[in-house]
Write a protein that binds this ligand. Structure first.
Ligand code: ADP
Ligand code: MG
Length: 330
């Protein structure tokens, strides 16, 4: 590709500054934006060769998960690139958390419509933030031209036989969730400008939007649940829908008590308790962990009991919203 020099304004935390970006080719993009995040305790070979090499600790299994975020489907084109990247990594890491795994490294397959240096710089900042927050180095990837999409593949490790499956819930187990639900769904609608005129203070708005743009992956909790939780899933598609996934995988019925589902004060202030509960039952993308424990096991601090496992199938809840959650093909 011919050499081109572009000037762009780059946003550096608080200051706008004029910087020069020399965008030359796919290789320059990789060097400039993606090659500096590759070091880590388990990395034997990082970005730059035909493949990366990771060290899997002796006695551990390699746990792998991949997630794609497509512009227009998973995120809006005007979402900040920092948020696009951070969220893509955090949501992928959340799958490691749900398995009880600890991070080894990740790869990024990036499809870009053009070489927009400002956008790439933002993307790189978001990647840096997420990579350091979750101690997950970026060890490789692929960079191609086409409609904007990111595929993050995360690799983690877990002692052999200790990974937490969706399929282990048993009749009599109690159902827990790691924190408040519904915030991300409302944060998304705030970002979409759906609530103009709503009287909401800045802290509440910030809390709700950031639950959508920068979700937490609960890695420490996942590790703590190893050997204790009979099943676990991260809530990405909505509580009722994801509860149905574990119930079906485990061959039992999940009873959810809607009144026990935790709601943030910000969400209750924004929409009132009843609408907040509806959002908490079916809104996706909160990435809380939903797990089951035998009744004799004391729950980790901060987790909230929201129901119990009985014989039967599917999910039962005293409130059944019309739609359960998000499904790409319905
Ligand atoms: P190959 O042609 O052998 O597949 P590439 O030219 O695609 O290699 O990539 C060169 C190196 O840069 C590889 O180590 C690859 O993993 C890394 N890489 C490419 N794109 C990305 C990206 N978006 N993020 C991180 N590493 C990347
Ligand atoms: Mg090669």
């Amino acid at each position: 590709m011919a050499c081109s020099i572009k000037w762009a304004l780059s946003y550096d935390q608080t200051n706008w500054s004029k910087v020069e970006h020399r965008v030359v080719s796919e290789f320059d993009i990789i060097t400039q934006y993606f090659s500096s995040l590759g070091a880590g305790d388990f990395v034997a070979l990082s970005v730059g060769d035909d493949a990366a090499a990771l060290i899997v600790p002796t006695g551990s299994e390699l746990i792998v998960s991949t997630d794609t975020a497509v512009c227009g489907t998973h995120f809006d084109e005007d979402l900040f690139p920092e948020d696009v990247a951070y969220k893509a990594v955090a949501s992928a890491v959340s799958d490691l958390a749900a398995m009880g795994a600890e991070p080894l490294g990740m790869t990024l397959a990036l499809t870009l419509p053009d070489n927009d240096p400002l956008w790439l710089q933002g993307l790189s900042q978001g990647l840096t933030r997420a990579s350091s927050r979750y101690a997950i180095p970026l060890v490789g990837g692929d960079t191609t031209r086409g409609p904007l999409a990111l595929t993050v593949t995360v690799m983690g490790h877990c002692p052999c036989g200790e990974k937490i499956l969706r399929s282990g819930a048993a009749v009599g187990d109690l159902i827990y969730v790691s924190g408040t639900l519904g915030d991300a769904a409302f944060g998304l609608s705030l970002l979409a400008g759906e609530h103009r005129g709503l009287d909401l203070n800045f802290e509440d708005q910030d809390h709700l939007v950031s639950r959508f743009t920068a979700p937490d992956a609960h890695l420490d909790l996942g590790v703590r649940l190893r050997g204790e939780a009979s099943s676990c899933i991260d809530v990405s598609d909505g509580l009722l829908q994801d509860a149905a996934h574990i119930a079906n995988a485990s061959g039992c019925k999940f009873i959810i008590e809607s009144g026990s589902v935790p709601l943030s004060p910000a969400l209750k202030r924004a929409v009132g308790e009843s609408r907040a509960r509806d959002l908490a039952l079916r809104g996706g993308e909160d990435y809380q962990l939903l797990f089951t424990l035998p009744p004799s096991t004391s729950p980790p601090s901060g987790s909230i009991r929201i129901g119990r496992v009985e014989g039967g199938e599917g999910v039962e809840c005293d409130v059944m919203p019309k739609e359960r959650g998000y499904d790409h093909f319905h």
